[in-house]
Ligand binder design. Structure first.
Ligand SMILES: Cc1ncc(COP(=O)(O)O)c(C=O)c1O
Length: 432
């Protein structure tokens, strides 16, 4: 049995100053309570009670090279010595934009921000401007940051609460939302092209954009069914509305050029963040000239005092250096597949019905007898209590996974790490 007593005491202390004891809502959701960490290196992280974990959370995805990668730290240090922030342009920032242009298919023009939420916000703003229309289509269970107009339809307590498939109820994700923000989006189930077609046939005159995670990673880890992304592409072209890929998770992770390169579907606008700078704060809104031009001309404003700071840009350059030079994605896919096969075999041996879905460098394990999950509604059928027990028992044995069952793989993980995690899972699955 591990103890978490120091974490517990620190969490109690934190609640006296930080609202709820955390700086981001998601950090509360841990068992037996929010944990404090003191240091991390590569694929390993250590908490305040000196419990060491093999880390598959990677800080919710950004740490694609692992914690505190030496090349990233070195470049950040050098850049910080040169200067931090100039309220002006700097050469490294242009070099990064040129590099993103080269790597990402739709990136004819680029703007940097700090977070995925902000960049999504800017993408929707520019889509409204170009089309002169107000509403966007979004999908159940997808997450596009915490701003008002995207905070509807993110989650649901039950299937019943969601309403009919072809006319979903957009439930608020948080208190404090302005009522009118609900009307900015049209909510649909994901992976159902016929419903998108039907909706656009009736309402295209209201719609400025379709925004989608190209792989649904915020609820399960579900790939688009064959033809779905292409279908969205065709519909957006037909009705002259923006196709926005929210690549905050898939970007630089699924492949160097993100999901758009992986699936060969080019959106009009896309948002990148997490894995871009191995944990330093930077995001990118990218798009074709037509959709980015209003930003270039200042007709649509995008701004930010600390955007593209020298250290963050240096971190992104260093991360991309390593990803490209070492062809990291080949390894990430191989490790991801090894993990997937290992977990499936371990579950079979333990007589547990699980569903493992994964396009490679990220993976979701669910307890369910479903052979396949297609959308958010299917994920509501997963056995959450059993998942919580599994996650906790893995943590007790030194393997840290995101509470909703998502595993991220980094370049710092080795085959031995994957095999170790599978061996631990095999034991836990037998005991469950
Ligand atoms: C797909 C997706 N979009 C947007 C965001 C928001 O990004 P950020 O937390 O950087 O604001 C997230 C965060 O998890 C995400 O997963």
């Amino acid at each position: 049995m591990r103890t978490y007593e120091r974490s517990k005491a620190l969490f109690e202390r934190a609640k006296g100053s930080l609202a709820g004891g955390v700086s981001s809502e998601f950090r509360k959701f841990n068992q037996p309570h929010a944990l404090f960490y003191t240091h991390a290196q590569g694929a390993r992280i250590v908490d305040a009670d000196e419990n060491e974990f093999l880390d598959f959370t990677l800080s919710q995805g950004p740490l694609i090279l692992g914690h505190s990668h030496p090349e990233v730290l070195e470049k950040v240090h050098q850049a910080s010595l040169e200067g931090q922030l100039y309220a002006a342009i700097h050469l490294r920032e242009v070099e990064l934009a040129e590099r993103v242009q080269r790597i990402v298919p739709c990136a004819e023009l680029v703007r940097f921000s700090l977070s995925g939420s902000e960049a999504d916000h800017a993408a929707l703003r520019v889509a409204r401007y170009v089309t002169g229309k107000q509403k966007f289509i979004r999908f159940e269970g997808h997450y596009h940051g915490w701003f008002d107009n995207v905070a509807w339809g993110v989650g649901a307590p039950s299937l019943e609460a969601m309403g009919a498939r072809d006319n979903p109820i957009a439930l608020p994700w948080t208190g404090g939302l302005p009522d009118h923000s609900r009307d900015e989006s049209i909510l649909l189930p994901w992976n159902d092209l016929a419903l998108v077609e039907k909706t656009l046939a009736a309402r295209a005159n209201e719609v400025c954009a379709i925004i989608t995670e190209p792989v649904m990673c915020n609820s399960g880890c579900i790939e688009p069914v064959p033809g779905f992304l292409q279908g969205l592409r065709d519909l957006c072209t037909k009705y002259d509305i923006a196709l926005i890929f929210d690549e905050v998770i898939t970007g630089f992770r699924l492949s160097l050029g993100g999901a758009q390169a992986h699936y060969g579907i080019t959106p009009d606008l896309a948002v990148f963040a997490k894995a871009m700078a191995n944990g330093y704060p930077i995001s990118a809104l990218v798009g074709t000239k037509r959709w980015m031009q209003p930003i270039a001309e200042g007709k649509v404003v995008h701004a930010g005092t600390v955007n593209a700071g020298n250290p963050s840009v240096a971190a992104a350059m260093a991360t991309l250096d390593v990803l490209e030079r070492d062809q990291v994605h080949v390894r990430l896919h191989a490790l991801g597949n090894r993990l997937k096969q290992g977990l499936i075999a371990a579950a079979q041996a333990a007589g547990q019905q699980v569903l493992v879905q994964s396009p490679g460098p990220m993976l979701h394990l669910a307890f369910t007898d479903l052979p396949y999950a297609r959308d958010f509604r299917d994920t509501l059928k997963f056995d959450k209590a059993k998942n919580a027990k599994f996650i906790y028992e893995m943590q007790e044995r030194g393997v840290r996974i995101i509470g909703r069952g998502l595993w991220y793989i980094s370049a710092a993980h080795t085959e031995a790490d994957i095999d170790h995690a599978v061996a631990v899972a095999a034991k836990v699955l037998k005991q469950l």
